[in-house]
Design a binder for this molecule. Structure first.
Ligand SMILES: *Cc1c(COP(=O)(O)O)cnc(C)c1O
Length: 345
């Protein structure tokens, strides 16, 4: 992958290296991990949260509707192993002269029309947090084909040092930076993990397909829209039931049958969906936020996310384990099928 270098605290550096800062608006989805808005806020910029669509990623129509004279950047998040509609988002960013920054932290190895997720916009990120497809304990990467963004990221991550000479103590500081370094030990583990990525993806995709073949048999179940099915990394299988009531019933039945572990109902989850981000909506910060940031966050209390709610409230994601044997996936699929047929009938 081009411009590949290991860093920690990936998105913050990226937002900074792209020149996004005080007062700039960054359009991002209401379904993501909290890290996405943290990165924007930490640079003084304003996260503008908008609806997702059945792809579970940024709705291009919602992005268009949210553009103002202050918009500087659009940040799609490739959630749960699959991707946003990149053609539509690239076109919007070109038309409005906006930076396109991909949060690909959950979708390493995924592709869109032959290009790796994270390499389509001006820059992209992967996380190597403990739960991701590959991990080195902590940290992540910034990817870019833009030499300037690369050089700025490299300095920003290490106190602004320019890294030009051989004497580290004599480095100059082209701009302010901070310490977002990953350790060399973590990076070494990361390099070893990258070599295993292709094997991991093959297992993920195979297990995903087997499980899908069972769920497909349940009348009324639909799968998440994947803009390029070939490029799905397979880390999750995400499916929709006909309604919130059906979904809650299915979850209760899964729990009763002891098969809910590894399934996620994001609608009721604290980490990934706006509905439960009270700290964000109350602008609960340990230090004073700018007035513009505070106002934008408080406004989220009354923002309309009914389109996203309608999608998220009937959505379940099943995490695909690399450890399942083929026999176990078939067993799991058969159990899912049995419980769902009974619940939905
Ligand atoms: C994991 C993740 C991140 C990054 O989290 P870190 O803890 O900073 O590595 C960012 N965005 C999404 C969508 C994630 O899932």
């Amino acid at each position: 992958m081009p411009g590949f270098e290991l860093f920690g605290e990936e998105e913050k550096k990226q937002v900074a290296a792209l020149g996004v800062g005080a007062g700039d608006e960054v359009i991002m989805p209401a379904f993501t991990f909290v890290a996405s808005f943290e990165a924007i806020l930490s640079m003084g910029a304003i996260p503008v949260l908008v609806d997702i669509d059945e792809s579970l990623t940024l709705s291009p129509a919602a992005v268009k509707a949210a553009i103002t004279s202050k918009t500087k950047c659009v940040m799609p998040v490739h959630m749960c192993g699959s991707m946003a509609d990149m053609d539509a988002l690239v076109a919007i960013c070109k038309e409005h002269n906006l930076i396109l920054l991909e949060d690909a932290c959950q979708s390493i190895g995924g592709t869109y029309k032959g290009k790796h997720l994270g390499t389509i916009g001006h820059a992209g990120t992967f996380s190597f947090d403990f739960v991701k497809t590959i991990t080195c304990g902590e940290g992540g990467v910034v990817m870019t084909n833009d030499k300037e963004v690369y050089t700025k990221s490299d300095a920003f991550t290490d106190h602004g040092h320019d890294h030009l000479g051989v004497d580290r103590g004599a480095d100059l500081h082209p701009a302010l930076g901070y310490n977002f370094r990953i350790s060399e030990l973590h990076a070494a583990v990361g390099l070893a993990q990258i070599k295993k990525l292709a094997t991991f993806l093959a297992i993920q995709k195979k297990n995903n397909q087997i499980l899908r073949s069972y769920l497909k048999q349940v009348p009324g179940i639909q799968f998440r829209v994947v803009p390029d099915p070939e490029g799905d990394s397979g880390s999750f299988l995400t499916w929709f039931l006909p309604s919130q009531v059906h979904t809650e019933k299915a979850i209760a039945a899964f729990k009763e049958a002891g098969i809910f572990a590894g399934n996620f109902y994001w609608f009721a989850n604290n980490w990934h969906y706006i509905r439960k981000w009270d700290h964000l909506k109350n602008a609960t910060s340990l230090y004073p936020l700018s007035e513009a940031q505070r106002n934008a966050l408080i406004a989220l209390q009354h923002a309309d996310f009914s389109k996203s709610d309608a999608i998220m409230s009937k959505c379940i994601s099943t995490a695909i384990s690399l450890l399942w044997t083929e026999e176990q996936v078939h067993e799991k699929g058969a159990k899912f099928l049995q419980v769902l047929q009974k619940t939905l009938s």
